[in-house]
Design a protein around this ligand. Structure first.
Ligand code: SAM
Ligand code: SF4
Ligand code: SF4
Length: 371
């Protein structure tokens, strides 16, 4: 028997240094590699009702796991204040995530507050959410009414036994599918459905999932295949478990004619392929075999207000201490500019090379900063 590994929720944190002179928000931040700040992912809870083995394996995330107490979580007001300051630095897109974001009580209240924010051109922010879909049928209409624009639903298989083994809590596929239908009915489309592919676990589901989504929804749903990643330190990742996107594509092309489509935005993570018969498209997210750090314009805000600059970061920047320490907006905005200006993270490009950061397994967990 190996020792039980307790994952840390209290990741090493750095209290941000306030630059000697304030850095005004111009909406034009660039990091050390010239990358702008465009997209902010906000984790609203570190809890989840699933135990996907690649994210929150049951053996570790059990009743003894020290999830964050309510007092540690950023309040809706604190999240909205930070989001407004990020928008001043050029952020145009917000994605609520977790954990399972729909477990956060009255999330539509937060959505309504965020929907009132504007980007540097005076436009509403592109407000989206990633969910496992379990509570979506119940909440889709309220989220839409509060101002949510779109949702991304994660679903790893159509076959109940495969899906239930992956979510590891016996949650049925039918309820997630009902959530997808409800989201489309509520006007939260077009939808993205994310499927993490693990070799030998759910790769036989690639073609059935594609067939279901294209036949039932056509262009209203884009299925995206995600390479299983080595995020966190608890999922026991091995390269052998990764099915490269090139193999996923080959399996799809054996069934349907597909044409490469151009990216719609810079920093888009998915490579897009269109069905030649016009029944929509699929996406391939090759975080392992084809790094896309060069255009990475995403920052992540953890449930307790730590700013992470990379999914594979090991250290957060503690914005909550500034919020709760009485800092003024201009100081917090300056701190954000200072932190982003020094960002040089590009973990996926370096993965496997000698230059890859060695952090002694202290990497932050996905449910804490969100995907
Ligand atoms: N609970 C929500 C959900 O599952 O959609 C939101 C949070 S979840 C951390 C966000 C996304 O990260 C999901 O699409 C999930 O499948 C993906 N994810 C989690 N662990 C992963 C891993 N090891 N490799 C690739 N994707 C992963
Ligand atoms: Fe929960 Fe999402 Fe992680 Fe699965 S991937 S355990 S649904 S947070
Ligand atoms: Fe962005 Fe880090 Fe992922 Fe590279 S590894 S794409 S820098 S989050």
């Amino acid at each position: 028997m190996g020792e039980r590994v307790i994952a840390l929720t209290d990741w090493r944190r750095a209290t941000p240094t306030l630059p000697a002179t304030r850095i005004a928000a111009t909406g034009l931040l660039a990091d050390a590699l010239g990358r702008p700040l465009h997209d902010l992912r906000i984790s609203v809870t570190d809890r989840c009702n699933f135990r996907c083995s690649y994210c929150m394996p049951k053996e570790i995330f059990d009743t003894r796991y020290p999830f964050l107490p309510q007092s540690s979580l950023l309040s809706f007001e604190e999240i909205t204040r930070l989001a407004r300051l990020f928008a001043g630095h050029g952020v145009r897109k917000l994605r609520l995530t977790g954990g399972e974001p729909l477990l956060r009580k009255h999330l539509e209240g937060l959505v309504e507050m965020l929907a009132g924010l504007r980007d540097i051109d005076g436009q509403p922010l592109d407000l989206t959410l990633t969910t496992n879909g379990s509570l979506l049928a119940r909440k889709a209409a309220a989220l839409k009414a509060a101002g949510l624009r779109r949702v991304t639903v994660s679903l790893d298989a159509l076959d109940d036994s495969v899906f239930q083994a992956m979510n590891d809590v016996g949650f049925p596929v039918a309820d997630v599918l009902a959530g997808i239908d409800a989201a489309l009915d509520a006007g939260l489309g077009p939808l993205k459905v994310n499927m993490v592919v693990k070799r030998g676990v759910n790769d036989a589901e690639i073609v059935p999932m594609a067939r279901y989504m294209r036949d039932r929804y056509g262009a209203a749903v884009t299925l995206r295949f995600i390479e299983y990643m080595d995020v966190g330190a608890t999922n026991g990742w091995r390269m052998d478990d990764v099915l490269p996107s090139a193999d996923v594509l080959a399996r799809l092309r054996a069934e349907w004619a597909l044409e490469a489509a151009e990216p719609t935005t810079t920093g888009e993570t998915a490579e897009r392929w269109r069905y030649a018969d016009g029944r929509g498209e699929i996406g391939l997210i090759s975080s392992v075999t084809q790094a896309f750090c060069r255009d990475c314009n995403r920052a992540r805000l953890s449930t307790e207000g730590q700013l992470f600059l990379c999914l594979f970061g090991s250290q957060g920047h503690d914005l909550r201490s500034l919020l709760r320490g009485g800092a003024e907006d201009a100081d917090i905005a300056s701190a954000i500019a200072h932190i982003w200006g020094r960002r040089d993270d590009r973990y996926s490009e370096l993965r496997g090379s000698n230059a890859a950061p060695r952090d002694g397994g202290q990497r932050v967990e996905m449910h804490y900063i969100g995907g």
